[in-house]
Write a protein that binds this ligand. Structure first.
Ligand SMILES: NC(=O)c1ccc[n+]([C@@H]2O[C@H](COP(=O)([O-])OP(=O)(O)OC[C@H]3O[C@@H](n4cnc5c(N)ncnc54)[C@H](OP(=O)(O)O)[C@@H]3O)[C@@H](O)[C@H]2O)c1
Length: 307
């Protein structure tokens, strides 16, 4: 099979497409014939820094959608079923940017009818990330949730799932993104600012109860939060905090086999509570273009490799 591989860290020119053996499913595993796999910031990081533990080549990619091609003992799937899945690219089996992808059955869920493979592939990692963030923030219905980086992939799902959880969602947007972010269901759109504390507190003077920092601004995301509120961070930042704020570093790797959460995401997708945005599709031979575009910033919607 053909797969994207990285043999050493570097710029997008280190991305290659190479022949690799087709994986075989073990017990409770599924092999997916990939139709679509997303390109995410984590793939850019893997390409830039490599994996500190596993030896190369590395196969990037965390999200895949396609059809079941192989079923291991105990896995409750049939060949030919349409599915989407989340996989750990930092594992010996490698990631999702390959024609055939090995996944734990607990990381695979059926794709709702009417949802394309390209759309389905954009859901699982960032959806699981937001479900974990909301769980760890632990906000009661009616509480205020701030979202920074709302126009991005995590940000969009944070707004949509926050609204569904009964929270009052305040989401930032720069000019030109305001209608987009309002369309996700945000109750208040806050002008994106170098001073998010002032911007959010102009609307909620006491500060929001909890905040998801999808822009990875870390310490700068504390200012909009009320005393003793909570902050979900996405790249390991764990403080120091201030004013009794609880910091919750989110790690989607901890939730890769949360089948109930994946089913919940599939239900949200089926019901239209999670919507998908595709910025562009690329053949795997053009994966370097997708990396360059993502690394440049400003992408609205997802970049998806198609097979
Ligand atoms: N910990 C985990 O398990 C986990 C899981 C999933 C994702 N992540 C991380 O979460 C982050 C977001 O991922 P993503 O896929 O949502 O990325 P994305 O689609 O690129 O979204 C990031 C958004 O933040 C905006 N932004 C950048 N700087 C900002 C600032 N100073 N103030 C306000 N907004 C700003 C960007 O706008 P512009 O495009 O205009 O710059 C973009 O809309 C990434 O760093 C990713 O690696 C972590």
């Amino acid at each position: 099979m053909r797969a994207v591989i990285i043999t050493h860290p570097g710029d997008p020119s280190v991305l290659e497409v190479a022949e690799r053996p087709i994986p075989r499913p073990g017990p409770n595993q599924v092999v997916i014939r990939a139709a679509a796999a997303t390109v995410n910031p984590t793939d850019v990081l893997l390409r830039q820094r490599g994996d500190g533990v596993l030896s190369p080549p590395w196969i990037p990619g965390v999200e895949v959608a396609g059809t079941v091609a192989g079923v291991g003992e105990g896995a409750d799937f049939q060949p030919g079923e349409r599915v989407f899945a989340v996989v750990n690219a930092r594992s010996p089996e490698g990631g999702a940017q390959a024609e055939f992808v090995l996944a734990s059955a607990a990381s695979v869920v059926r794709t709702p009818a009417g949802v394309s493979d390209v759309e389905a592939a954009t859901i699982p990692m960032n959806g699981l990330t937001v479900l974990q963030a909301l769980r760890r923030l632990g906000l009661p219905r009616g509480a205020t949730l701030g979202v920074i980086g709302s126009a991005g992939a995590v940000g969009q799902y944070a707004v949509q799932l926050g609204v569904h959880a009964g929270l009052r969602v305040l989401a930032d947007a720069k000019p030109g993104d305001e209608e987009l972010v309002r369309g996700f269901g945000a109750h208040e759109v806050i002008a994106r600012s170098d001073n998010p504390g002032a911007a959010f507190r102009a609307v909620v003077p006491g500060g929001v109860d909890g905040l998801i920092d999808a822009a990875v601004i870390d310490a700068a995301a504390l200012a909009p939060i009320r005393d003793h509120g909570a902050l979900a961070t996405l790249r390991f930042w764990a403080g120091p905090a201030e004013r009794g704020i609880r910091i919750e570093p989110v790690m989607v790797l901890d939730d890769m086999e949360q089948i109930e959460s994946l089913r919940e995401l599939a239900d949200h997708l089926r019901a239209g509570r999670l919507t998908t945005r595709i910025a562009d599709t690329y053949s795997i031979d053009r994966v370097g273009e997708a990396h360059r575009r993502l690394a440049a910033g400003g992408v609205r919607g997802r970049l998806v490799l198609v097979f």
